[in-house]
Design a protein around this ligand. Structure first.
Ligand code: UTP
Length: 235
């Protein structure tokens, strides 16, 4: 573990996609084991965790869209769903994790030094929880951000379209940033592996990111601890 000059352990940031948390496949069993891992790691160093909205957020955003709601209203609905996921994970974690997800980055930063791990959902309309996690990683000067997704890394092409596409073990900051800008639509409920705000923030601050399958908990732990893992390193 890396330590800062004052010997305070270096913070870690984790973003967990909503589609990892709720898949309709032993979700409670998974969330329970995930909480045990986060509780253990969060006791040794400041750890912030953002939870995404997944298919539940997309479903409500679609209904709101069909009702003619504005983009800001759709984002606010999405944020509420991400907070619902934060609530359920925080409730299973129990103290010292705050039961109510912090509503802002500033609040999460001030809480994580007292109540690690801290779990939150979204913050501002127009962002995603990946973006929030990246801003937190920069603000906390985190050692790394881990992006726990439902795929096992970044592929050179979409493996669903081209099964011969290879997973990238590593990609540089600028190449990743370019890819995210090409692939991410700028509207509520987007689906690419990461978002523009997050990619820009990590690139500027040179904070590395590990992209892993969040359902493989030993591999997720290895990525969080900076050990060898299966996935993609950005940086
Ligand atoms: P997510 O972060 O879950 O988006 O936020 P996502 O990329 O679909 O992630 P997965 O599928 O969980 O991995 C869901 C929606 O909530 C709104 C946006 O509309 C986003 O698409 N949101 C979320 C915000 O407006 N601001 C935030 O800070 C977070």
């Amino acid at each position: 573990m890396t330590t800062s000059p004052t010997s305070v352990p270096t913070p870690l940031a984790l973003s967990i996609g909503g589609s990892v948390l709720t898949q309709g496949n032993d979700d409670a069993g998974y969330i329970g084991k995930l909480a045990d891992l986060l509780h253990r790691l969060g006791a040794t160093r400041p750890l912030v965790v953002t939870t995404g909205g997944g298919r539940t957020a997309r479903e409500y955003i679609r209904i709101g869209h069909d009702l003619g709601l504005t983009e800001i209203e759709l984002d606010e609905i999405g944020i509420d769903i991400t907070r619902l996921h934060a609530r359920i994970l925080a409730a299973r974690l129990g103290p010292p994790t705050p039961a109510r997800p912090p509503a802002t980055i500033a609040e999460a930063v001030s809480e994580v030094h007292r109540c690690s791990p801290v779990v939150l959902g979204g913050t501002e309309p127009g962002h995603t929880t990946d973006g929030v996690a990246a801003l937190l990683a920069v603000r906390l000067r985190a050692e790394r951000l881990v992006n726990a997704t439902r795929v096992d890394g970044l592929y050179e092409r979409d493996p669903a379209v081209d099964p011969t596409a290879r997973r990238l073990d590593r990609i540089g900051f600028e190449a990743f940033q370019k890819l995210v800008h090409e692939k991410s639509p700028d509207r509520p409920g987007q689906e690419f592996v990461f978002d523009r705000l997050g990619a820009d923030a990590l690139t500027r601050a040179r904070i590395p990111m590990a992209i892993v399958n969040g359902r493989d908990l030993p591999n997720l732990e290895a990525a969080l601890l900076g050990r060898e893992f299966r996935g993609t390193i950005v940086g």
